[in-house]
Ligand binder design. Structure first.
Ligand code: M6P
Ligand code: ZN
Length: 159
């Protein structure tokens, strides 16, 4: 059984994010206000916890808010630790930013496993015209810290 079927068969947590859940994260607030009437779906995360290791399968919708592509909220880990990401389908970009403000923008090729380094806030952007789906693997204790993204945001805006 491949990882996607494994996770979707018996997930422990499901997170549904719509525009309203992350409206302040987009740069064009006029576009946000217009779109909020329909409050479109941004992505769904299915998470499976297996002791010390957790897996997620994320399905992102295609679209833009103004000029900016749909993206995940983005987070740091509460317990510094790396994360693996593997694109299953679609076109994605990974945006990284550390505490010093250093940034990286990486085009995610299908079939390659990428390592998100420890201490980098990370966000995935769907830059394609169809759904983007990907699998992530991380320590269960890693946790999600959204405070840095909420306070400072990401310097890189993907248009
Ligand atoms: C991936 C993993 C999850 C994360 C999800 C959505 O599946 O990194 O841990 O929850 O993307 O990202 P965010 O939590 O930043 O919205
Ligand atoms: Zn993470």
């Amino acid at each position: 059984m491949d990882a996607v079927h494994y996770i979707k068969k018996g997930f422990d947590n499901k997170v549904v994010r719509k525009l309203k859940d992350m409206s302040s994260f987009f740069s064009d607030q006029k576009a946000v206000q217009k779109l909020l009437k329909e409050n479109p779906l941004m992505y769904v995360v299915y998470e499976k916890i297996e002791g010390n290791v957790s897996y997620s399968f994320t399905v992102m919708e295609p679209g833009k808010v103004g000029e900016e592509f749909y993206m995940t909220k983005g987070h740091c880990h509460e317990v510094p630790s790396p994360e693996l990401i593997h694109i299953v389908d679609g076109e994605g970009v990974l945006v990284l930013q550390n505490e010093k403000g250093e940034t990286k923008k990486i085009k995610l090729e299908k079939g390659i496993i990428y390592v998100i380094p420890t201490d980098y806030a990370h966000r995935v952007v769907n830059v394609g015209k169809k759904k983007l789906s990907f699998v992530c693997v991380y320590q269960t204790k890693a946790g999600h810290d959204y405070s840095i993204v909420e306070k400072e945001g990401f310097k890189i805006i993907v248009k």
